[in-house]
Design a protein around this ligand. Structure first.
Ligand SMILES: *Cc1c(COP(=O)(O)O)cnc(C)c1O
Length: 408
């Protein structure tokens, strides 16, 4: 007899919240089988190729056999130097490449492992709700008690630090946050960063800022970085990724900068788990961080055009979607009385357009769907036309017009 391996999984796996994407994936697969032409705006996967100079640097580094062995645990010295040079150029902050910067196998890996390096079972971890899933799944795997900081539209999706009870703040070990935000596309003013640094210093909380969208900002807006704030380096680290800005999601390259002792804890865990990034890819990543700004401006204007196109299109269908200043997402309210899951499933079934239900990012995302700007304007136009043809407008859907589960 075969043992029931599912029930024998470790508790840390069963502690994970259910995976909302699973049902969507199933329906996507079924729609594809039926020959439906899907327009997938559900993922956070950039649609363009990696810039040619980066690919060329990788090819060249691949031919160099000195890159073929195990990479150094702490990353190559030249990539770490490229990271701290980039950081200085962008934010005017000087960091030590030996200890204040660590390359990662994508930032998701580091965000999750940081929780494993610092959270004991029962430790309180403060996590926004909604949030990027690694911010709550990492602490959940580590056995942490997650205190959800509910984000609200009326607060511009900023964390309300005043709503966190003192006894929770006193017990909290880590606070995760992320602006410009995935999924809400919200940005935070510098004063917010000052407040959160003061809060973390007061309660001695390890502050984790995820700045995945450091460079995907528009209309002259420059996102604030955590380490620009005086005193932040005593208590915090910031995660960065090359996936979004440089269309390098498949390469798995990110990094963390900040407090050297915090980074050292993460590094100690990682020396027991992995050998870091293939040295040839670190060479390519170094090239990415040294690309001239004109490249960034192209990426920014590509997403800005798509943002404007889609916001205007949604407006014609009765939706008011605020103009986002950063990220590759729109955070779109679902029609009144329709849950985000029902809405996303119906849109998929009726039009073949895939969007992500907001509750995939936590209960606080209910009432919204996330739409990724990962298709060109032609395809986005096609998506809008299909919504229009299917009669899907902001005010058109009532629970009665939504297909019942048995009809799906
Ligand atoms: C995409 C994304 C990441 C993941 O980045 P990788 O470096 O590819 O692992 C991390 N955080 C946020 C908020 C993201 O949107």
């Amino acid at each position: 007899m075969t043992p029931d391996w599912t029930s024998r999984r470790a508790d840390r796996l069963s502690a994970l919240p259910p995976y909302v994407f699973a049902r969507l994936d199933e329906l996507k697969a079924r729609a594809r089988e039926q020959g439906l032409d899907l327009i997938d705006l559900g993922m956070g996967n950039p649609d363009g190729p990696t810039p040619q100079p980066i690919v060329e640097a990788a090819v060249k580094a691949l031919q160099d056999s000195s890159n073929h062995g195990y990479p150094p645990f702490e990353g190559t010295a030249s990539f770490r130097k490229a990271i701290t040079d980039w950081y200085h150029r962008r934010y005017g902050v000087t960091l030590d490449p030996d200890g204040e910067a660590l390359p990662l196998l994508g930032s998701k890996e580091g965000l999750t492992h940081l929780a494993m390096a610092y959270v004991n079972p029962g430790d309180v971890v403060l996590v926004p709700n909604p949030a990027y899933p690694a911010h709550f799944r990492g602490p959940a795997i580590a056995g942490g008690d997650i205190y959800p900081m509910l984000l609200k539209a009326e607060d511009d999706w900023l964390i309300d630090l005043g709503s966190i009870p003192d006894h929770i703040a006193e017990r909290a070990k880590i606070l995760y946050f992320n602006y410009p935000s995935n999924p809400t596309a919200a940005t935070a003013p510098r004063e917010f960063f000052e407040d959160i640094v003061a809060f973390a210093r007061k309660h001695e909380i390890l502050l984790v800022h995820d700045q995945a969208y450091a460079e995907l900002a528009f209309d002259g807006y420059q996102p604030t970085s955590l380490l620009e704030i005086p005193g932040a380096k005593d208590i915090g680290v910031e995660f960065h990724t090359l996936s979004k800005t440089y269309n390098m999601a498949g390469w798995r390259v990110g990094f963390v900068v900040g407090n050297r002792h915090i980074i050292q804890g993460l590094r100690t865990l990682k020396t027991n788990l992995d050998y870091g990034i293939f040295s040839a890819l670190q060479k390519a990543a170094e090239t990415a961080l040294q690309l001239p700004d004109v490249y960034l401006h192209e990426v920014q204007s590509r997403y800005r055009l798509r943002r404007d196109f889609l916001i205007d299109g949604f407006a014609e269908l009765g939706w008011t979607v605020p103009k986002t200043r950063a990220t590759m997402y729109l955070w779109v309210p679902t029609p009144p009385n329709v849950s985000s899951t029902d809405f996303a499933l119906n849109v998929l079934q009726q039009t073949g357009v895939v969007v992500t239900p907001g509750n995939a990012f936590g209960s606080g995302g209910e009432g919204y769907v996330r739409v990724s700007l990962i298709a060109d304007c032609d395809r986005l136009g096609e998506a809008l036309q299909r919504l229009k043809d299917a009669g899907i407008r902001y005010n058109s859907m009532t629970p009665e017009t939504v297909l019942s589960p048995s009809q799906r």
